[in-house]
Each structure stands twice: as C-alpha cells, then as structure tokens.
Write a protein that binds this ligand. Structure first.
Ligand code: WTA
Length: 710
C-alpha cells in the first residue's frame, strides 16, 4: 500500500468510527394507542400516509394549506429556483391573525380561545373568548400602529412573560404584518439587547413584573439593560411599551424614562373598540423571528414565513396534537420558545381550540399544581418537556393519582426522554389512558419533524418515531454516505426534502444559513433540484429496524439545559468578560433533573490568584449575559486548558472529566500532563459534593462525541 492510500484509509477509519459510534441500548417494546383515542382521532385512516408519500411531494402539502383561509389562493406549491431559499405557496395572500382569530369569531364567538392561569392560586383564572380575543387584538394592533408607529415589515422585540398579553401582542403584530421577535423572559437584559440590535427593532414591549415561585419579579429593570446594550451595539430603541402585571400598580423599582417608556394600560383607553383590518400579506412575508443559539458567535435569528409556517403548524397540530376545537389543550412550554409559538399560539388558535397559558413554575406551590389545573379546567391534551416530567416525578411521584383529570393525549419535546421517565409519564400522569407523542424538531423547523401519528402508529419509549407526514429523514455519516436504514448505527440526521415550516433564512445572514444547514451535505451548489439539498439538523440519531428514529443529541457544541439550547461559544464569551479570566471552556454535565447542565473551565491571567470570588464572578456574569438557566453547576479554575498542538481547547477531554467518563486519547495533546491534575482536583471536589454521576451508555457516548465537530 502506498503511503498516501494508507493515510486515507486511516482517515476514513477515524471518520467512520466517529460518525458511526455504536450505541447499545435495550430495544423497547411498542405501546398501542387506546381504542377510545383511535375512535376520535383526526388521523385515523391509514391512507393518510399514502397521501403524503414521497411521489406526492410537494403537492401533498396542499392539504395543510387548505386548513387556512386565504385572501388569494396560491398558484405554485413550492418554488425551488433559488435553493436553499425555498418559497412555499407562491402567489398566495393571507393574514395569520385573521386565521387565528377572526374566522373563529364567526363560528364560536363565546368559546374560550385562551385560558390564563396566574401563578398565585388565589388570583382568578381568566377565560378569554374568541370574541374578546378579537377585541383585544384589534385594540392592540391600533395602539401598535397609531401610538408606536409600526407598519408591515418593521421588527419589534417582545420580552414578555407568560401572560395573555403576549399572544395578544403577537397576533396584533401579525395583523399588521409587523415581524415580532419574542425573547424568553428568563433571558437577561443583555441577551435581549443583543437581539434587539440584531433585528433592528425600534420598539421593545415588556412587562413590569411577573410571578415566579411566589415572587413578583422585577422585569422592567431588564428593559433598561436591554436598551443600554443595544445602544452599545449602535442601535437606538425609541419606545418601550410597559404592560403592568397589575394595571395601575407598578411592580418595578426602576423609573420610567421620560419620552421613551409608557404604561400600556394608560394609553389603551384611546384605542377602545378600534378595529384594524388585517393586512393581506404574501405567503412568503416573514411572520416572526425567533433567536436560537448556534455553534459559534451570535444567536441566529430564525425567520419564519406566514403561509408556509402557519400551514405547517396547523396541519401538525391537527394530526399530531390531535386538536379538535372542543378540546382543552395545555402546552406547559414558554411562549418565548418555538414550542410556545407553534403549539400554544399559532397552531392551536388556527384550529380554533382552547389553549391554556400558565404563568409560573409547575411545582408552585406544590407538585400537585399541574394536576389541579388539569382537573379544574378539564384539560384533555397535555404537552411538556422531559425536564419538567423528571422534576414532577422527583417531587411528587404519586400526585397525579389524587386528581380527577383525564388526558387523551400527551406530548414530550425538547430533549431525549429516558424510557424510565417515559413510562412514569405514561402510567402515572397519563393513567394509562393517554397516547404519547415524542416530537423531535428545532426552532429552525417551525414544527415537528419526527413523531408517531398518535392514532395509527404505536409508541416506543425513548424513540421519537418515523418522519412525520411529508418529511423524509435520512442518516448520513461524516462522508455523506447513507448509514444503512434500520441498522441502529449512529450518524447525522438530515431531512432530504424542504417542507412548509422550514425557516426562510437567518435574519441578516443568509450565508451563515446556507453554511450551517446545507453546505455539509449539498450535492451540487448550482442545482435547483431539492434532492441535492438535504437539511443538516446538527443532531445525532439512529434508526431501528422498525423505522423509528432515536435522537442522541447535538453533534455541534450546543448544550441542551432543560430543553434550552445554549451555545458553548456564547457561554465562553460571557466568561472571558471577567477581568481575571484568560480562557474559558463550557462543557455539558449530565444532570438528574435538567438533563444537562453547564460546567465552566477557566484559566486565569498570569499573577491572578484562584479564589472562590473569581468562580462566583464567572457564574454571575453568565447569569447576566445569558440568563439564570445557564448558570454553571461548577466553575473549575485550572492551571491550563488541555489543548491540541495547534492550540485548540479539547472540550471532549474536560467533558469526560466532568462526567467521570473516559477522556479518550490524550497522547496528541500539547500538554497531556494537565489532564491528570485537573481530573484529580475535579473528582475530589465532586466526590465530596456527592456529584458523582452514573451515566447510561447512551449518555456516555454523547459526552464522548461532545466537541468532536469542532
Ligand atoms: C433537541 C425545540 C430528542 C435536539 C423544539 C434539537 C430533542 C434541539 C427532541 C432543538 C426530542 C428537541 N428528542 N431531542 N423529542 N426535541 N430535541 O431549537 O437536540 O429549542 O436539535 O427546539 O432540541 O431545540 P430547540
């Protein structure tokens, strides 16, 4: 063998072994949907699979588009002339607010559209009928147009908690064609400010405070920080509209800024009973931007369209959430995340159902709270994330038994669910009566990508299921070779085809859009055939012989904490803002409740002493720059980071140390000796704190793969 071919054989072997990490777990058995569910399911006829088979693509999505009311019907289902900037339902015109509100006012004016459950249990629940929602959305749209001066195409940043004003504002924006960018309220003012300047929003809409674990938090203070941060980045905010959690009573310590800030409850009376015609907009006009953390640099503003997005979330809400107008549906996610946009607001309201909005912490004031809400409101569809399920199981394993509620359907989303936790969800929360869908998807995707069809396909604990209707997944290895179907071997999951819910671009950065999601597996950059443009999800997965996908987690360096995606680069950039810090590296650590938590490794500038104060400063700055969710479980000050000879920090090695797993081959490091020193210190402290994790094989594989994409 020539030296060259030996080398490439070695390279190939190395790549194959990285991409196709063998993952061993017990194959779980199937659970079949209860007959009473099948009888009433929206998707109960198996021919639905044929209607969405690949030979019917893209026309199959007409079925989703036809769930909407169009002002002008579209002429082209999918335009692929400028890949991968797909255009769906071209020629069509519609309004999202009309579809979620007006059309139901005609058919069911007095049915509740939203039910708001405040966190304090003694505060009244508010049922907002479709007629009342119509009135509020119109008045708010009039205020946004006539007071704030907003018009179609403008961006506005929302930093709102889980209160009904949030969906009202979103729908008011949609009515005008104003592009909303809602930032999760738990995020810091600084994080919000970065998103304001990136989206160039001239208006910020916020609330003075909201309840979290029994405390009325000061939230307005973050608005001042956000505006200051945006200004540092060269962007001015003209107006800050401040809702008050209790109208007339100001809950914040920070003064209102003259000429900039205004209390919404003081100006709204001017707009009483005002009606605003929904603006008829092209299907491809943007509906909203939702920021998501990525591998490098700033968060990415995922831009979603009106027509494609709304059709996709409506269709998937109907068939996968099994929503009927007469259901009472509760998705306990936050509207500040894509799950809330798609499956609290747009999908459920487009179908004309009743959607519950809960303000607070699920375990407040006690772990029976969610089940009391379900019992009292007659919730029959429940949707949450594994992290919440784990927490509820830990603090109240038998609570659900005490309450008389009955779910027909439950969802899990956001991170992989352990089969054991799945079974508790099924048996105890669902009382063995509810079907479960494990839905895999991302901010970028608009709606579900993998899930079982609840009335037709059996469930399997820990597996998301097959691609959903009209989605054709594939698993590729690092070289772009398809990993054999059903082989159980791991690789990178991709979607071979475009779909209506896919985001249109990264706001302001189309090159990054192409590079992050399409470059890796693109077959021909000049091709206008969608077959040449698989979507790279950046998640690892395996496919079992039954065709079900099991998602293994991120292959890039994103850490999924309780379902929140945190970019390692963002965490690290925050840490090095601390004066004493020279270098920082963020790694995931397996955490019983949150799935993953963040651990930071830092090295200090010469002459700086390692003190607990520095550790605290790092933890604190991550909270202020990113948010409390990101607060590291531990900050480790190390003499030096383990590095390759080219100077790259080996995150895989420190991730191994943090998780008590194999650190892998360290012989190629520039400084292999530090590894043992770090290990001894970290393990000693962790043992003393009782933080010794026992990882499953799957978790160990994920940790091993961490940082390898760099
Ligand atoms: C992970 C949330 C396993 C995955 C809707 C994905 C999941 C990231 C699942 C997206 C699931 C989401 N099973 N992993 N059912 N759902 N993920 O953008 O790694 O906040 O890439 O969207 O969460 O998170 P995002």
């Amino acid at each position: 063998m020539s030296a060259e071919s030996t080398q490439s054989a070695e390279a190939e072997e190395l790549q194959v072994s990285e991409a196709q990490i063998a993952v061993h777990w017990k194959e779980e058995s199937h659970y079949y949907p209860p007959p009473q569910f099948i009888g009433q399911a929206n998707a109960s006829d198996p021919s639905i699979r044929d209607r969405f088979s690949e030979d019917k693509f893209p026309e199959c999505f007409k079925e989703y588009a036809d769930l909407l009311t169009w002002d002008q019907y579209w002429h082209t289902t999918l335009d692929t002339s400028n890949p991968p900037f797909w255009r769906w339902f071209v020629g069509g015109k519609l309004n999202a607010s009309f579809n979620c509100v007006d059309r139901h006012v005609r058919t069911r004016p007095n049915q509740a559209a939203l039910i708001f459950v405040p966190e304090p249990e003694d505060e009244e629940t508010q049922a907002i009928t479709y007629r009342e929602l119509y009135r509020r959305v119109n008045e708010t749209a009039a205020m946004l147009r006539d007071y704030a001066g907003l018009k179609a195409g403008d961006r506005v940043t929302l930093h709102m908690p889980m209160v009904p004003e949030l969906p009202v504002v979103m729908l008011a924006c949609a009515r005008l064609g104003v592009i909303h960018s809602q930032v999760f309220a738990g995020f810091s003012g600084a994080a919000c400010g970065g998103r304001i300047s990136d989206s160039q929003s001239s208006v910020l809409i916020t609330m003075d405070g909201y309840y979290r674990s029994g405390t009325l938090l000061d939230h307005k203070v973050k608005a001042d920080e956000a505006v200051a941060r945006a200004k540092e980045e060269g962007h001015e905010v003209d107006k800050v509209l401040v809702y008050r959690r209790h109208p007339g009573q100001y809950a914040s310590q920070t003064p209102m800024v003259e000429g900039r800030d205004v209390f919404v409850d003081e100006i709204m009376p001017q707009f009483r009973d005002k009606l605003v015609d929904p603006v008829s907009l092209p299907a491809e006009a943007p509906l909203f931007i939702m920021y998501s953390s990525g591998t490098t640099g700033r968060p990415k503003g995922c831009q979603h369209s009106i027509g494609g997005y709304l059709a996709y979330v409506t269709g998937t809400s109907k068939y996968y959430q099994d929503i009927h107008p007469e259901d009472t549906y509760w998705c306990a996610a936050d509207i500040g995340w894509i799950t809330g946009h798609s499956y609290i607001v747009y999908g459920p309201l487009s179908l004309g159902t009743t959607s519950v909005v809960y303000e607070g912490v699920p375990t407040y004031p006690d772990p029976g709270r969610p089940w009391r809400i379900a019992e009292r409101l007659g919730v029959n569809i429940f949707h949450t994330a594994p992290t919440t399920i784990r927490m509820l199981r830990k603090v109240g394993p038998t609570e659900p038994k005490k309450y008389d509620y009955h779910f027909k359907h439950m969802t899990t989303v956001g991170e992989p669910i352990e089969p054991d936790v799945w079974r508790w969800y099924y048996e105890v929360v669902g009382k063995g009566e509810a079907v479960i869908v494990d839905t895999w998807w991302q901010t970028e995707n608009g709606g579900f990508l993998c899930s079982t069809l609840p009335g037709l396909e059996p469930m399997k604990p820990g597996s998301a299921g097959p691609g959903v209707l009209g989605i054709y997944p594939v698993i590729y290895d690092e070289n772009g070779e398809e990993v054999p179907k059903g082989s159980g071997r791991a690789g990178n999951i991709c979607i071979r085809n475009p779909w209506p819910g896919i985001f249109q671009t990264i706001w302001g950065d189309p090159d990054r859009f192409v590079q992050t999601y399409y470059e890796k597996y693109n077959k021909d950059p000049k091709s206008t055939d969608w077959h040449d443009w698989p979507y790279f999800a950046n998640d690892g997965a395996t496919q079992a012989p039954d065709g079900y996908y099991r998602i293994l987690g991120r292959v890039d360096d994103v850490i999924n904490v309780a379902g929140h995606r945190l970019g390692t680069k963002e965490l690290e950039s925050a840490a090095i803002l601390v004066d004493e810090v020279a270098e920082a590296a963020a790694v995931p650590v397996v955490d019983e409740l949150r799935g993953r938590a963040v651990e930071m490794y830092i090295s200090l500038k010469p002459g700086v002493a390692a003190t607990p104060e520095v550790e605290e400063k790092v933890a604190k700055i991550i909270e202020t720059e990113i948010g409390k969710v990101a607060r590291p479980k531990n900050v480790w000050i190390v003499p030096d980071m383990p590095k390759t000879r080219s100077g790259k920090i080996m995150r895989r090695v420190i991730a191994g140390i943090s998780n008590f797993t194999d650190v892998g081959d360290i012989t190629t490091l520039a400084n292999p000796e530090v590894v043992e020193e770090i290990r001894v210190h970290v393990h000693e402290v962790k043992q003393a704190k009782g933080e010794v994790a026992k990882l499953s094989e799957k978790e160990a594989e994920e940790i091993k793969a961490f940082g390898q994409a760099e």
